[in-house]
Design a protein around this ligand. Structure first.
Ligand code: SF4
Ligand code: SF4
Length: 425
């Protein structure tokens, strides 16, 4: 039934609609890579549940299939959030996600911790929530906890996971890629006394090892789904335009284009080693496209040469939209803040948008790339054939991602992984 509706969208040459609703820009964490950290001074806003219910109804009416509630920290509004998830499910939206920075995992040695987590898990389990993400930005617990400002968070997370699993919720761990993933990546910056080529080669190796340690670490913690958010650094100009402040110009997330290319290459190369052990949401097709976008200047440092293939334009502003907590208005995404599209309920969808590749926001870039060949094939079959002839590996990669997504039940966070089906990857 679900897939039929999605197929209907695709036949109409549209990506299934996705809406990201920023419930609040309040946050209690102090992450250096984010403009919404608790220490930033700006007037904070939250959307009222009534306002959000109207937006949800309009999204269901317009045929949107996916809804994300983001923040700030969405779990600061846990009770309202649960009600809104129920509302979205009742309105017929099947893919509902939300997440947390995990602040409530601190203090796991205190009396009553298990009860508290049980209550939170029970409350979420009683909704049609499909995916619940928990952020984790380093394979080193003390580094992650220092970045967030919550001591003891990681051991609490480890204690809490079986409780969530018992309630039928399989949280997904969300890595915001940054320079603090491992000890080696922390000091990995260009230096005057090291040849740049040499630095790039170390950079690739250090991130490759960092991704490996991160995957091993989260498997040991008990996670069964993992996702990666690509680094979001802004220039001053972009920062003043962005309506979603989850980015910064801090060096921890700021990378040169050639570093980004190697970063994506390191992740692309690491994923196959772990695909049978944990459900890895990041599609290699999308990483492949990002590697192209960031150029070929460092090919000699990559063990697997990737031939040229242009990325598919992002569907932000075409089929995917963002609602800001600041004014309740609609934007093409969290970054194109100069394009206020007004009240979502009044928005007319015309299936058109500019060919935008301005940022690497995975929430929009990953599904845009995965849906790209289907939409391309329907609107311009010859164009797709040309693309495949120019780069036959692209199609192989895309089919492999699709087979993997099927083996992972499209990352259904209410189901345990089927390791038997994942074993072939
Ligand atoms: S990254 Fe998330 S948890 Fe950290 S300050 Fe920003 S909104 Fe809060
Ligand atoms: S590429 Fe980035 S800036 Fe462009 S529409 Fe997508 S999310 Fe927005």
């Amino acid at each position: 039934m679900l897939s039929l509706k999605i197929l209907e969208n695709i036949i109409e040459k549209k990506a299934p609609g996705q809406l990201v609703i920023q419930l609040t820009d309040r946050c209690n964490a102090c992450c250096p890579q984010c403009g919404m950290r608790v220490t930033e001074k700006f007037p904070r806003s939250s959307l009222s549940p009534d306002e959000v219910r109207k937006i949800i109804d309009a999204a269901a009416e317009k045929g949107f299939r996916a809804l994300s509630f983001t923040g700030g920290e969405p779990m600061l509004m846990a009770d309202e959030l649960a009600g809104l998830i129920r509302h979205a499910g009742a309105a017929g939206i099947p893919f509902i996600r939300t997440g947390t920075n995990g602040f409530f995992f601190s203090g796991s040695h205190e009396k009553g911790f298990e009860k508290k987590i049980s209550r939170i898990a029970e409350n979420l389990a009683d909704t049609p929530l499909r995916n619940f993400w928990i952020s984790l930005d380093s394979a080193l617990p003390e580094v992650h906890e220092r970045m967030r400002g919550f001591p003891g968070l990681v051991s609490g997370m480890e204690k809490a996971l079986p409780i969530f699993h018992d309630h039928g919720i399989r949280p997904s761990v969300n890595l915001g890629i940054n320079r603090n993933i491992s000890e080696k990546t922390m000091g990995c910056l260009p230096r005057d006394d090291v040849a740049f080529d040499h630095f790039l080669s170390d950079f690739y190796e250090n991130f490759r090892e960092a991704f490996r340690s991160f995957y091993r670490f989260v498997i040991d913690l008990g996670f069964t789904i993992v996702n990666s958010c690509y680094p979001m650094s802004y220039s001053e100009a972009d920062r003043s335009e962005a309506v979603y402040a989850a980015g910064s110009d801090n060096i921890v997330v700021k990378f040169l284009p050639v570093e980004k290319k190697l970063l994506f290459q390191a992740l692309y190369d690491t994923i196959p080693e772990f695909r049978s052990q944990i459900r890895i949401f990041s599609p290699r097709t999308s990483l492949y496209a990002l590697i192209q976008q960031y150029g070929n200047s460092s090919e000699k440092h990559s063990p697997e040469r990737v031939p040229a293939s242009a990325p598919y334009p992002c569907r932000g502003g075409t089929d995917f939209f963002y609602i800001s907590a600041k004014d309740g208005n609609t934007y093409p995404c969290g970054y194109r803040g100069n394009e206020n599209l007004g009240n979502f309920c009044d928005l007319t969808l015309n299936g058109q948008g500019p060919d935008c590749l301005r940022c690497d926001w995975e929430c929009f870039r990953d599904p845009s790339e995965l849906l790209g060949p289907l939409l391309h094939g329907l609107s311009n079959p010859l164009g797709l054939l040309r693309k495949i002839r120019h780069d036959p590996d692209y199609l192989r990669l895309w089919f492999e991602d699709m087979r993997y997504y099927l083996a992972c039940d499209f990352f259904d966070g209410r189901k345990a992984p089927d390791y038997r089906r994942m074993a072939g990857f």
